[in-house]
Design a protein around this ligand. Structure first.
Ligand code: SF4
Length: 333
Protein backbone atom coordinates (compact mmCIF):
# COMPACT_ATOMS: atom_id res chain seq x y z
CA UNK A 1 0.00 0.00 0.00
CA UNK A 2 1.25 3.45 -0.83
CA UNK A 3 1.83 5.76 2.14
CA UNK A 4 0.12 9.10 2.36
CA UNK A 5 0.95 11.64 5.07
CA UNK A 6 -1.72 13.32 7.14
CA UNK A 7 -1.15 16.35 9.35
CA UNK A 8 -4.31 16.05 11.41
CA UNK A 9 -7.39 13.82 11.58
CA UNK A 10 -9.00 13.56 8.15
CA UNK A 11 -11.56 11.05 6.80
CA UNK A 12 -9.07 8.20 6.54
CA UNK A 13 -11.90 5.87 5.52
CA UNK A 14 -11.68 7.56 2.10
CA UNK A 15 -7.91 7.10 1.90
CA UNK A 16 -8.21 3.44 2.89
CA UNK A 17 -10.91 2.92 0.25
CA UNK A 18 -8.49 4.41 -2.30
CA UNK A 19 -5.85 1.83 -1.31
CA UNK A 20 -3.58 4.12 0.71
CA UNK A 21 -1.89 3.59 4.04
CA UNK A 22 -2.39 6.86 5.98
CA UNK A 23 0.56 7.89 8.14
CA UNK A 24 0.06 10.56 10.79
CA UNK A 25 3.13 12.77 10.52
CA UNK A 26 2.56 14.09 14.06
CA UNK A 27 2.99 10.57 15.42
CA UNK A 28 6.12 9.93 13.32
CA UNK A 29 7.59 13.12 14.73
CA UNK A 30 6.72 12.83 18.40
CA UNK A 31 7.43 9.12 18.82
CA UNK A 32 10.90 9.47 17.34
CA UNK A 33 13.75 9.17 19.87
CA UNK A 34 15.41 11.88 17.85
CA UNK A 35 12.40 14.17 17.53
CA UNK A 36 14.44 17.37 17.83
CA UNK A 37 16.30 16.61 14.61
CA UNK A 38 13.01 17.12 12.73
CA UNK A 39 12.62 20.56 14.28
CA UNK A 40 16.27 21.41 13.57
CA UNK A 41 15.87 20.41 9.94
CA UNK A 42 12.82 22.68 9.56
CA UNK A 43 14.66 25.61 11.14
CA UNK A 44 17.68 25.00 8.93
CA UNK A 45 15.38 25.09 5.92
CA UNK A 46 13.98 28.46 6.96
CA UNK A 47 11.06 27.86 9.34
CA UNK A 48 11.12 30.67 11.90
CA UNK A 49 11.97 29.97 15.53
CA UNK A 50 8.63 31.57 16.31
CA UNK A 51 6.57 28.92 14.53
CA UNK A 52 4.95 26.05 16.36
CA UNK A 53 7.03 22.94 17.04
CA UNK A 54 4.36 20.62 15.64
CA UNK A 55 4.53 22.27 12.21
CA UNK A 56 8.31 22.05 12.16
CA UNK A 57 8.21 18.45 13.38
CA UNK A 58 5.67 17.46 10.74
CA UNK A 59 7.80 19.05 8.03
CA UNK A 60 10.94 17.27 9.22
CA UNK A 61 9.12 13.93 9.57
CA UNK A 62 7.71 14.22 6.06
CA UNK A 63 11.13 14.76 4.52
CA UNK A 64 13.10 12.34 6.70
CA UNK A 65 10.59 9.53 6.04
CA UNK A 66 10.46 10.36 2.33
CA UNK A 67 6.70 10.76 2.24
CA UNK A 68 5.73 11.58 -1.36
CA UNK A 69 2.05 12.44 -0.97
CA UNK A 70 0.22 14.36 1.75
CA UNK A 71 -3.27 15.53 2.59
CA UNK A 72 -3.31 19.26 3.12
CA UNK A 73 -6.11 20.42 5.36
CA UNK A 74 -6.91 23.84 3.97
CA UNK A 75 -10.00 24.50 6.11
CA UNK A 76 -10.64 23.75 9.78
CA UNK A 77 -6.95 23.67 10.62
CA UNK A 78 -4.44 26.42 11.25
CA UNK A 79 -2.87 28.81 8.75
CA UNK A 80 0.52 27.31 9.62
CA UNK A 81 -0.61 24.08 7.99
CA UNK A 82 -1.57 25.95 4.83
CA UNK A 83 1.89 27.52 4.63
CA UNK A 84 3.51 24.15 5.37
CA UNK A 85 1.66 22.57 2.46
CA UNK A 86 2.89 25.30 0.13
CA UNK A 87 6.48 24.57 1.15
CA UNK A 88 6.01 20.82 0.70
CA UNK A 89 4.54 21.43 -2.76
CA UNK A 90 7.60 23.47 -3.64
CA UNK A 91 9.72 20.43 -2.76
CA UNK A 92 7.75 18.26 -5.17
CA UNK A 93 5.54 16.50 -2.63
CA UNK A 94 2.12 15.80 -4.08
CA UNK A 95 -0.69 17.34 -2.14
CA UNK A 96 -4.43 16.62 -1.99
CA UNK A 97 -6.61 19.29 -0.41
CA UNK A 98 -9.27 18.61 2.19
CA UNK A 99 -11.32 21.29 3.92
CA UNK A 100 -13.56 21.05 6.95
CA UNK A 101 -16.27 23.69 6.54
CA UNK A 102 -15.91 26.62 8.93
CA UNK A 103 -19.54 26.46 10.03
CA UNK A 104 -20.65 23.15 11.38
CA UNK A 105 -23.47 22.14 9.05
CA UNK A 106 -24.23 18.60 7.93
CA UNK A 107 -24.85 19.78 4.39
CA UNK A 108 -21.45 21.48 4.18
CA UNK A 109 -19.67 18.49 5.74
CA UNK A 110 -21.32 16.27 3.13
CA UNK A 111 -20.10 18.55 0.31
CA UNK A 112 -16.52 18.42 1.67
CA UNK A 113 -16.53 14.65 2.00
CA UNK A 114 -18.11 14.17 -1.43
CA UNK A 115 -15.39 16.34 -2.99
CA UNK A 116 -12.75 14.32 -1.18
CA UNK A 117 -14.27 11.03 -2.40
CA UNK A 118 -14.34 12.38 -5.99
CA UNK A 119 -10.71 13.41 -5.69
CA UNK A 120 -9.76 9.80 -4.87
CA UNK A 121 -12.33 8.21 -7.19
CA UNK A 122 -14.05 6.15 -4.48
CA UNK A 123 -17.74 5.52 -3.82
CA UNK A 124 -19.76 6.03 -0.67
CA UNK A 125 -20.31 2.25 -0.44
CA UNK A 126 -16.57 1.57 -0.47
CA UNK A 127 -16.02 4.23 2.16
CA UNK A 128 -18.77 2.81 4.39
CA UNK A 129 -17.09 -0.61 4.12
CA UNK A 130 -13.87 0.92 5.44
CA UNK A 131 -15.81 2.69 8.19
CA UNK A 132 -17.14 -0.70 9.28
CA UNK A 133 -13.66 -2.21 9.21
CA UNK A 134 -12.47 0.40 11.74
CA UNK A 135 -15.34 -0.20 14.14
CA UNK A 136 -13.56 -2.87 16.18
CA UNK A 137 -10.44 -0.76 16.78
CA UNK A 138 -12.56 2.26 17.70
CA UNK A 139 -14.61 0.16 20.14
CA UNK A 140 -11.42 -1.13 21.76
CA UNK A 141 -10.06 2.41 22.14
CA UNK A 142 -13.36 3.33 23.77
CA UNK A 143 -12.94 0.42 26.17
CA UNK A 144 -9.54 1.83 27.21
CA UNK A 145 -11.28 5.14 27.87
CA UNK A 146 -13.85 3.40 30.10
CA UNK A 147 -11.07 1.61 31.94
CA UNK A 148 -9.68 5.08 32.66
CA UNK A 149 -12.67 7.05 33.87
CA UNK A 150 -15.08 4.33 35.05
CA UNK A 151 -12.77 1.72 36.50
CA UNK A 152 -9.77 3.96 37.27
CA UNK A 153 -7.36 1.33 36.01
CA UNK A 154 -5.86 2.68 32.78
CA UNK A 155 -3.44 5.56 33.27
CA UNK A 156 -3.93 8.98 31.72
CA UNK A 157 -0.93 8.31 29.48
CA UNK A 158 -2.34 5.01 28.20
CA UNK A 159 -5.62 6.78 27.57
CA UNK A 160 -3.77 9.49 25.62
CA UNK A 161 -1.59 7.10 23.64
CA UNK A 162 -4.23 4.66 22.42
CA UNK A 163 -6.74 7.33 21.50
CA UNK A 164 -4.28 9.63 19.73
CA UNK A 165 -3.06 6.62 17.75
CA UNK A 166 -6.54 6.25 16.24
CA UNK A 167 -5.69 9.06 13.80
CA UNK A 168 -3.90 6.44 11.64
CA UNK A 169 -4.21 3.21 13.70
CA UNK A 170 -0.40 3.07 13.71
CA UNK A 171 -0.58 2.20 10.01
CA UNK A 172 -1.70 -1.38 10.77
CA UNK A 173 -5.34 -1.74 11.76
CA UNK A 174 -5.26 -5.45 12.65
CA UNK A 175 -1.97 -5.12 14.52
CA UNK A 176 -3.37 -2.14 16.41
CA UNK A 177 -6.51 -4.11 17.35
CA UNK A 178 -4.36 -6.91 18.73
CA UNK A 179 -2.23 -4.48 20.71
CA UNK A 180 -5.36 -2.90 22.19
CA UNK A 181 -6.86 -6.28 23.11
CA UNK A 182 -3.66 -7.36 24.89
CA UNK A 183 -3.41 -4.01 26.64
CA UNK A 184 -7.02 -4.20 27.83
CA UNK A 185 -6.45 -7.66 29.31
CA UNK A 186 -3.35 -6.33 31.07
CA UNK A 187 -5.17 -3.27 32.45
CA UNK A 188 -8.19 -5.29 33.64
CA UNK A 189 -5.95 -7.35 35.92
CA UNK A 190 -4.71 -4.24 37.78
CA UNK A 191 -6.05 -2.75 40.99
CA UNK A 192 -7.75 0.64 40.55
CA UNK A 193 -5.51 3.69 40.92
CA UNK A 194 -5.95 5.16 44.33
CA UNK A 195 -6.05 8.91 43.55
CA UNK A 196 -8.53 11.57 44.59
CA UNK A 197 -8.17 14.49 42.18
CA UNK A 198 -9.71 13.81 38.78
CA UNK A 199 -8.28 15.88 35.95
CA UNK A 200 -9.26 16.54 32.36
CA UNK A 201 -6.73 17.40 29.66
CA UNK A 202 -8.05 19.65 26.90
CA UNK A 203 -6.35 21.23 23.90
CA UNK A 204 -3.90 19.93 21.33
CA UNK A 205 -2.16 16.67 22.29
CA UNK A 206 0.93 17.65 24.28
CA UNK A 207 4.54 17.77 23.15
CA UNK A 208 5.26 17.20 26.83
CA UNK A 209 3.69 13.77 27.35
CA UNK A 210 5.55 13.46 30.68
CA UNK A 211 2.76 15.62 32.13
CA UNK A 212 0.81 12.39 32.78
CA UNK A 213 3.59 10.84 34.80
CA UNK A 214 4.25 14.11 36.59
CA UNK A 215 0.73 14.53 38.01
CA UNK A 216 0.81 10.88 39.11
CA UNK A 217 3.44 11.91 41.67
CA UNK A 218 0.62 13.71 43.46
CA UNK A 219 -2.85 12.67 44.50
CA UNK A 220 -4.15 13.26 40.98
CA UNK A 221 -4.64 11.60 37.62
CA UNK A 222 -6.07 12.33 34.20
CA UNK A 223 -9.36 10.67 33.35
CA UNK A 224 -10.17 12.66 30.21
CA UNK A 225 -8.16 13.52 27.11
CA UNK A 226 -10.39 15.72 25.02
CA UNK A 227 -8.86 15.98 21.54
CA UNK A 228 -7.25 12.55 21.62
CA UNK A 229 -10.70 11.11 22.37
CA UNK A 230 -12.14 12.98 19.39
CA UNK A 231 -9.47 11.39 17.17
CA UNK A 232 -10.90 8.01 18.20
CA UNK A 233 -14.49 8.99 17.22
CA UNK A 234 -16.12 7.68 20.40
CA UNK A 235 -19.64 8.46 19.17
CA UNK A 236 -19.17 6.75 15.77
CA UNK A 237 -21.56 3.93 16.69
CA UNK A 238 -24.40 6.36 17.21
CA UNK A 239 -24.30 7.84 13.72
CA UNK A 240 -25.62 6.45 10.45
CA UNK A 241 -22.91 7.27 7.97
CA UNK A 242 -19.54 8.89 7.31
CA UNK A 243 -21.12 12.33 6.90
CA UNK A 244 -22.69 12.27 10.35
CA UNK A 245 -19.48 10.91 11.84
CA UNK A 246 -17.39 13.87 10.67
CA UNK A 247 -20.19 16.29 11.50
CA UNK A 248 -20.09 14.94 15.05
CA UNK A 249 -16.32 15.53 15.33
CA UNK A 250 -15.72 18.59 17.51
CA UNK A 251 -12.22 19.78 16.79
CA UNK A 252 -12.21 21.56 13.40
CA UNK A 253 -15.35 23.66 13.72
CA UNK A 254 -16.24 26.69 15.82
CA UNK A 255 -15.63 26.32 19.55
CA UNK A 256 -19.28 26.21 20.68
CA UNK A 257 -19.92 22.54 19.86
CA UNK A 258 -16.54 21.59 21.30
CA UNK A 259 -17.38 23.31 24.59
CA UNK A 260 -20.76 21.57 24.71
CA UNK A 261 -19.06 18.16 24.53
CA UNK A 262 -16.40 19.15 27.09
CA UNK A 263 -19.12 20.27 29.53
CA UNK A 264 -20.88 16.89 29.23
CA UNK A 265 -17.62 15.05 29.88
CA UNK A 266 -16.79 17.22 32.91
CA UNK A 267 -20.11 16.11 34.37
CA UNK A 268 -19.95 12.47 33.30
CA UNK A 269 -16.36 11.95 34.47
CA UNK A 270 -16.80 13.91 37.66
CA UNK A 271 -13.80 16.12 36.98
CA UNK A 272 -12.30 18.37 39.63
CA UNK A 273 -10.25 20.51 37.26
CA UNK A 274 -9.00 20.98 33.73
CA UNK A 275 -5.51 21.43 32.36
CA UNK A 276 -5.69 23.40 29.14
CA UNK A 277 -2.61 22.67 27.06
CA UNK A 278 -1.58 24.97 24.23
CA UNK A 279 1.42 25.00 21.98
CA UNK A 280 3.66 28.07 21.94
CA UNK A 281 2.99 30.23 18.86
CA UNK A 282 -0.35 28.52 18.18
CA UNK A 283 -3.44 30.60 17.53
CA UNK A 284 -5.34 28.30 19.87
CA UNK A 285 -3.59 29.99 22.82
CA UNK A 286 -6.14 32.76 22.32
CA UNK A 287 -9.02 30.29 22.77
CA UNK A 288 -7.91 30.05 26.38
CA UNK A 289 -9.88 33.27 27.01
CA UNK A 290 -13.13 31.66 25.82
CA UNK A 291 -12.47 28.38 27.57
CA UNK A 292 -11.91 30.07 30.93
CA UNK A 293 -14.98 32.20 30.44
CA UNK A 294 -17.32 29.37 29.45
CA UNK A 295 -16.25 26.48 31.68
CA UNK A 296 -17.21 26.60 35.32
CA UNK A 297 -14.36 24.54 36.76
CA UNK A 298 -10.80 25.33 37.95
CA UNK A 299 -8.54 25.56 34.89
CA UNK A 300 -4.77 25.73 34.66
CA UNK A 301 -3.31 26.74 31.30
CA UNK A 302 0.03 25.26 30.41
CA UNK A 303 2.03 25.74 27.28
CA UNK A 304 4.74 23.63 25.65
CA UNK A 305 7.34 24.59 23.09
CA UNK A 306 9.95 22.41 21.45
CA UNK A 307 11.03 20.05 24.21
CA UNK A 308 9.18 16.85 25.00
CA UNK A 309 9.41 17.32 28.76
CA UNK A 310 7.92 19.83 31.21
CA UNK A 311 10.07 22.77 32.24
CA UNK A 312 10.57 23.39 35.95
CA UNK A 313 8.32 26.47 35.97
CA UNK A 314 5.39 24.43 34.59
CA UNK A 315 6.09 21.67 37.10
CA UNK A 316 5.94 24.21 39.93
CA UNK A 317 2.68 25.68 38.64
CA UNK A 318 1.15 22.21 38.36
CA UNK A 319 2.24 21.34 41.87
CA UNK A 320 0.71 24.54 43.29
CA UNK A 321 -2.50 23.96 41.34
CA UNK A 322 -2.85 20.37 42.58
CA UNK A 323 -2.15 21.55 46.11
CA UNK A 324 -4.93 24.12 45.81
CA UNK A 325 -7.33 21.46 44.42
CA UNK A 326 -6.46 19.18 47.32
CA UNK A 327 -7.37 21.97 49.77
CA UNK A 328 -10.66 22.59 47.93
CA UNK A 329 -11.53 18.90 48.09
CA UNK A 330 -10.30 18.40 51.62
CA UNK A 331 -7.70 15.82 50.56
CA UNK A 332 -3.95 15.83 50.28
CA UNK A 333 -2.93 17.42 46.92
S1 SF4 B 1 -0.34 23.44 17.54
FE1 SF4 B 1 -1.58 25.11 16.69
S2 SF4 B 1 -0.21 26.17 15.25
FE2 SF4 B 1 0.67 24.16 15.69
S3 SF4 B 1 -0.09 22.82 14.06
FE3 SF4 B 1 -1.49 22.61 15.80
S4 SF4 B 1 -3.13 24.10 15.43
FE4 SF4 B 1 -1.40 24.65 14.08
Amino acid sequence: MKRIGITTTVPIEILLAAGYKPVDLNNLFITSKDYSKYIDRAERDGFPKSSCAWIKGIYGACLEHKIEEVIGVIGGDCSNTKALIEVLKLLGIKFYPFAYPHNRSLEKVKESLDDFMDLFGVTLEEVEEERKSLKKARDLAKRIDELTFKENKATGFENHLYQVSCSDFDGDILGFEKELKDKIEDIKRRDPLNKEIRLGFIGVPPMTADIYEYVNKFNAYFVYNEVQREFAFPRANRVNNIYEQYYDYTYPYDIEFRLEVIKKEIEKRNLDAIIHYTQAFCYREIEDILIKDKLDIPILSVSGDKFNYLDSRTELRLEAFLDMLGDLKGVKG
